[in-house]
Design a protein around this ligand. Structure first.
Ligand SMILES: *Cc1c(COP(=O)(O)O)cnc(C)c1O
Length: 383
């Protein structure tokens, strides 16, 4: 049975009437930039996250960019981020003229390795960008004290983790600010590009709001250079329809992940975590949900050890019509655009790039589709 990696229509079609009503409301209002819809969405997000300020912006990328600008990070500054992440995390650091410094990640969680971060701190280090990759928070219990000790700002790239919790707190509410994305494939998927910055710092929120509209205050008077980082009123109205459903979407993903763990975990040669992953007979490693965290499974990412094995499994699944993707095939420290930076060896990031593969885990995945993914993987492992 063919299974798509993601099917947006299944989710959005259930909300068709409400989404159309939101569209209609904005069209009739004639008000498309900032205003009541944007403010209402920001208030909804702040309430959901339990933060003082939520600022809607044009994308998850622009959320990181404007956060760096608001923190006055620029030429001469170093910002530590993982190498195993989506490009935007480090791209924004380079765009403000600062230097991205890549740290390695933990092979079980795919997230920043705090010990490796500590080794890379210099007098020029100004900030840390932990990424909560695939829907689970990074090791904030180690990273936050490290940042505090060295007076580093912390921007949590929570693009894949809106709704994930670290203890009682939501991802993105632990550091100086958290950035989120409403790209359609994220857990709260919008209808185009969109993003958000959350913060409890009054000064940061005020500066981000200023930078969002060219640093203008009042209109046409510019004390600082900002940009156009606004999120459309239409997008906010549509996202307001989906935000209340986010917990249910995350719960559905959690249920699919639990079923994968049960079904795949029972197969010979399948390991979870580190216990037996170095054994020569390990053929598949399942992703781990760390204790004390709420993983929201933006991606369910397998590791397939052995030369060529990952690509062989991908091809096997593709032949059955099952969608997969590699997040991410080339670590950022190896990207051509960063070739001028001092070369570093980040063995875990490099290992993961060669082994990872994400399988369908979207909320509306049906039981028979889920079973088809499991059976197709089982057939590959047994051959
Ligand atoms: C999606 C994503 C972004 C960028 O978000 P956009 O809305 O696509 O600009 C940044 N960081 C991570 C980790 C992401 O997954």
């Amino acid at each position: 049975m063919p299974v798509p990696l993601l099917d947006l229509n299944r989710q959005n079609s259930q909300l068709h009437a409400e989404l159309m009503a939101a569209c209609e409301r904005v069209l009739r209002s004639g008000h498309f930039i900032q205003g009541a819809e944007v403010e209402a969405f920001e208030a909804d997000c702040a309430r959901f996250l339990g933060v003082k300020h939520a600022v809607a912006v044009s994308s998850g990328t622009d959320a990181i960019l404007v956060a760096l600008m608001a923190l006055d990070i620029g030429p001469g500054d170093e910002v530590i981020c993982p190498s195993f992440t989506f490009f935007a995390t480090a791209g924004c650091v380079a765009r403000v003229g600062a230097t991205p410094v890549f740290a390695d990640v933990d092979r079980r969680t795919f997230n920043l390795d705090a010990t490796d971060v500590a080794r890379r701190i210099t007098p020029r280090t100004k900030a840390l960008i932990p990424v909560h990759l695939f829907g689970q928070t990074a090791d904030m219990d180690a990273l936050l004290p490290l940042a505090r000790a060295h007076r580093l700002a912390v921007i949590e790239d929570s693009a894949q983790a809106l709704g994930a919790r670290h203890g009682q707190s939501f991802a993105g509410t632990l550091g100086d600010c958290g950035t989120y994305s409403f790209f359609p494939s994220k857990n709260l998927g919008g209808f185009g590009d969109g993003g958000l910055v959350a913060t409890n710092r009054d000064d940061l929120a005020e500066r981000i709001r200023l930078l969002r509209t060219h640093g203008a205050k009042p209109k046409y008077y510019h004390a600082v250079v900002g940009g156009n980082f606004r999120l459309d009123a239409l997008q906010c109205a549509l996202l307001r329809v989906k935000l209340p459903r986010l917990p249910a979407y995350c719960a559905a993903r959690q249920s699919h992940a639990a079923s994968y763990h049960l079904a795949l975990g029972a197969l010979p040669g399948v390991a979870t975590g580190t216990d037996c992953e170095t054994r020569p007979d390990t053929r598949l490693v399942l992703p781990v949900a760390s204790p004390g965290r709420t993983h929201i499974w933006n991606q369910f990412t397998l590791r397939v050890p052995g030369a060529g094995r990952r690509d062989a499994l991908r091809q096997h699944l593709a032949q059955a019509g099952i969608g997969t993707e590699i997040y991410y095939p080339l670590p950022l420290h190896r990207q051509q655009c960063f070739a001028h930076l001092p070369s570093v060896s980040l063995p875990v990031s490099e290992l993961l790039a060669g082994e990872v593969m994400s399988v369908p885990v979207f909320p509306e995945l049906s039981p028979s589709e889920h079973q088809s993914v499991v059976e197709t993987i089982a057939a590959f492992l047994s051959r």
